[in-house]
Ligand binder design. Structure first.
Ligand SMILES: Cc1cc2nc3c(=O)[nH]c(=O)nc-3n(C[C@H](O)[C@H](O)[C@H](O)COP(=O)(O)O)c2cc1C
Length: 316
């Protein structure tokens, strides 16, 4: 398969294993890259810079020349940014996904070593800034995504961003099969970034209950909450989180969610009880996930679905 993304990254398939806090690990990243995609992980999944170096060295050992990447949070709250970035540059990691912040300096620093920098964006204003900063590509995170979802439907955003910019646009949000990948490519994306589907993988470093909940949930069990990070994140309504869901809903219409978040930060009852560890994030693509597979099987299933879609569309 050949798209502007596969040509730029030198990979077989235009599938990024999206970086996921507390989920992505060495096994996931390596297996996705070995299967022909591009595995990535947030540097903050490593407890220390020393561990980050171990992860990068190990992934390189396993994947050889195949591309893989890291996610760097540029926001000033990430106190490890400079140290993590220095290591990533030292090891010439081929691919960086930047989130939250101005990537201008980062892009300049990567030019000589050939690392490609793609920026997570959820709106046109930030996309324009990222493109002026010299980004090699944009990851457009749409509504329905796991983690911090964007506000726009991919049916609107992907064609719009693709028309506006001459760099590869990657679609993120609610893509969990070759069918949805085909739809994203039809809309103008040059690749897809897939999170939720890979949580239900054998390699993901999360408890079995989380993986099972992804398989068992429906798109209607995903709700938005600001209570964990201050900005909207997609959360799964499960038996374990029913009280959290009810609590969250009880505030709607009574106080803004922002006030609620700040109350929580000050130590109201939920602060101690709920965190990213026990309130599980997932996107609306849970409806497409039917079993826990290993990462290679997931990438292969994308490609076989994709071929079927191409054949069936040719008959339309
Ligand atoms: C549990 C979870 C953790 C995430 N953590 C991060 C993160 O640390 N950095 C980041 O840029 N995106 C993060 N994301 C967003 C993903 O990289 C990706 O944009 C999103 O999962 C795509 O939507 P999908 O889940 O519908 O496939 C996270 C998503 C999930 C589900």
């Amino acid at each position: 398969m050949s798209t502007e993304f596969t040509k730029m990254l030198n990979c077989k398939y235009p599938i990024i294993g999206a970086p996921m806090f507390l989920v992505s690990n060495v096994d996931m990243v390596s297996e996705i890259s070995l299967a022909g995609g591009v595995g990535t992980f947030p540097t903050l999944n490593c407890r220390s810079v020393e561990q980050l170096e171990e992860w990068i060295v190990e992934i390189k050992k396993r994947v050889g020349d195949l591309p893989f990447g890291v996610n760097l949070i540029l926001h000033k709250s990430n106190t490890r940014y400079e140290e993590d970035k220095a290591l990533v540059l030292k090891h010439k990691v081929p691919f960086i996904i930047s989130s939250l912040g101005d990537p201008t300096k980062l892009v300049k620093e990567t030019r000589e070593i050939g690392t490609k920098v793609f920026c997570d964006v959820i709106n046109m204003k930030h996309a324009k800034k990222a493109v002026s900063a010299g980004a090699d590509g944009l990851i457009v995170v749409s509504t329905g995504a796991g983690g911090h979802a964007g506000p726009l439907s991919p049916f609107a955003s992907i064609p719009w961003f693709s028309k506006e910019f001459n760099i590869p646009i990657i679609a993120a949000g609610s893509i969990a099969s070759g069918k949805t990948m085909a739809a994203a490519l039809a809309l103008g994306a040059q690749g897809v970034s897939v999170g939720t589907r890979f949580i239900a993988s054998k390699e993901a470093q999360v408890e079995q209950g989380y993986k099972d909940a992804i398989v068992e949930s429906s798109p209607e069990s995903i709700f938005m909450s600001r209570a964990l990070s201050g900005v909207n994140a997609s959360v799964m309504r499960t038996k374990n989180t029913e009280d959290f869901y009810q609590w969250e809903n009880s505030f709607k219409g009574k106080a803004s969610q922002w006030i609620m978040y700040n109350l929580m930060k000050k130590g109201l009852k939920l602060k101690k009880k709920y965190s990213w560890n026990n309130v599980w994030s997932a996107g609306q693509s849970v409806g497409e996930v039917e079993s826990v597979l290993n990462c290679r099987e997931i990438v292969e299933s994308f490609m076989s679905d994709f071929s079927e879609v191409k054949e069936s569309l040719a008959k339309v």
